[in-house]
Design a protein around this ligand. Structure first.
Ligand SMILES: *Cc1c(COP(=O)(O)O)cnc(C)c1O
Length: 477
């Protein structure tokens, strides 16, 4: 009976759920005491995996234990307080619970009629976040995506549909000029992928230079659009980055909105990480002008700390998702066809869909807007503490943002890459390097965990100082 191997009996399941819950709890309690980083040893990982054979089934509990202990050893622990990383969160407790619940109930969000509550929860969340960004309530539409990359790809498709109404039916070949889009040099590389995936080609992406503050230069944007028009190209989309991955910079939203309006371009704001500032009254002014964007990318799996993946595409152009994605089928459920509801598959590039909104909804329901504002405020403050501690220890701060991304370097020229590698290899923390505005490589540390505190920040600065001194000693000796 397949039941015995796929579902198991009630007693076995009850034991497995208990073990799962205690495994998760032990990880939550213990993660900070372990290493942040794994060893980079593909042979060891493969040898471990080679020990697993599908013709010798494990008991459910053995299988679970195997994976949990394997992940504990072979993972960069993004939930660790000393992961000063890319925008990967420590997951909220309610987010983890929601993801487990969703896996068990397995609602299908392609069709409204299969998951009325789930579909309405996602619609409500789109409206709530849209309002926080300043969209007028009645015109908000939105859809959850796997992440920011999918949301950005959605933005490019919507912009093409909006600017070239024949695009959805006849494709790019129906256009008489090559469409081009604009993005700051610090913008996200998912737009290059989106350009390839849409058939525009990567050369359709114009990288606009940034000023000393790493924000897009509005003057350079103006000049690039004018130049492309003279060359017979068809500008159609300008993207403002709200919290650049490398520098945290927020492009000048109002100025870009004005240019986009004058030039009649679709204006998209990529606020995958930085959009969370909308939830904190004293940070909200940083996003002034985002409400003028036709569409916004916001990732709940970044600063809202829900488990991956949870992207959100929002728009105030209420019909654009429908025009971009609607297809007619004969086999999809029809129970809700006369109701005032939307089948999510008609507004998304996904078809079968996981209930991604659940982890956002339960996290928000338990934390409230205020709980989230506190977490974001705390992380922002830890960013300032880190900046101060680095300055005090003689490091130079190379970026300028109120958000908790800190780019820095050693004024006497220590090699940033070697410093980051030494810290990562020690397992004590995770930090990285990047390049700002195509210039020299700098160290980069971001407060991505809502639990990271002063002690963790001091420990990081201690590790950096130690690594810098070791390098100086090495150079001298
Ligand atoms: C993270 C990020 C993306 C990509 O989002 P994913 O969720 O990783 O797909 C795009 N843009 C910005 C600004 C980001 O921070």
């Amino acid at each position: 009976m397949s039941d015995e191997r796929l579902r198991f009996g009630a007693g076995t399941r009850a034991a497995l759920w208990r073990e799962l819950a205690s495994t998760i709890e032990a990880y939550f309690e213990g993660v900070d005491r372990g290493r942040v980083t794994p060893e980079m040893n593909p042979a060891a990982v493969r040898a471990l995996l080679d020990g697993c054979r599908f013709d010798e089934p494990h008991s459910p509990s053995e299988a679970l234990r195997w994976l949990a202990s394997g992940l504990a050893e072979h993972q960069t622990h993004t939930p660790h307080r000393r992961y000063f990383g890319l925008f990967n969160p420590a997951p909220t407790t309610m987010g983890v619970a929601a993801d487990a619940l969703v896996a068990a109930f397995n609602p299908q969000l392609a069709a409204w009629s299969h998951s009325p509550l789930a579909a309405e929860i996602e619609r409500r969340l789109a409206r709530e976040f849209g309002e926080r960004f300043g969209y007028p309530r009645e015109s908000i539409d939105g859809v959850f995506a796997s992440g920011g990359a999918e949301a950005n790809h959605t933005a490019v498709l919507c912009a093409l549909t909006h600017q070239f109404p024949e695009f959805p039916s006849r494709g790019l070949r129906a256009l008489d000029a090559q469409p081009v889009l604009y993005l700051s040099a610090g913008g996200h590389h998912s737009f290059l992928k989106a350009a390839k995936l849409c058939g525009l080609g990567a050369e359709a992406v114009r990288e606009i230079e940034t000023g000393a503050d790493h924000r897009m230069s509005a003057r350079a944007l103006d000049a690039a659009i004018a130049g492309d028009r003279r060359a017979g190209l068809a500008p159609f989309l300008v993207i403002a980055t709200v919290g650049a991955t490398n520098s945290g910079a927020i492009d000048p939203l109002d100025r870009i909105a004005t240019i986009a309006g004058r030039e009649r371009l679709w204006f998209h704001a990529d606020a995958a990480w930085g959009g969370a500032a909308a939830l904190v009254p004293e940070l909200r002014p940083l996003l002034e002008g985002i409400e003028r964007a036709h569409s916004i990318t916001f990732d709940a799996h970044k600063w809202l700390s829900v488990p991956m993946g949870a992207g959100l595409f929002l728009t105030r152009e209420a019909s654009i998702l429908d025009r971009t994605f609607r297809t007619e089928t004969f086999y999809m459920p029809r129970e809700a066809k006369d109701l005032d509801v939307v089948d999510p598959h008609l507004h998304s590039m996904q078809w079968s869909r996981r209930f991604t909104g659940a982890k956002v909804f339960l996290s928000l329901l338990a934390a409230g807007w205020e709980g989230y504002a506190d977490a974001i405020r705390h992380q922002t403050r830890m960013g300032a503490v880190l900046r101060e501690a680095l300055r005090a220890a003689g490091w130079r701060i190379d970026n300028d943002t109120p958000l908790p991304v800190v780019c820095f370097s050693d004024p006497s020229g220590a090699d940033p890459h070697a410093i980051a590698m030494r810290i990562v290899a020690s397992g004590g923390a995770w930090i990285s390097t990047t390049r700002l505005g195509g210039r020299d490589t700098v160290l980069r540390a971001c407060i991505t965990n809502f639990r990271t505190d002063e002690e963790d920040v001091a420990a990081l600065v201690g590790m950096l100082d130690e690594a810098r001194e070791a390098q100086a000693r090495g150079a001298a000796g």
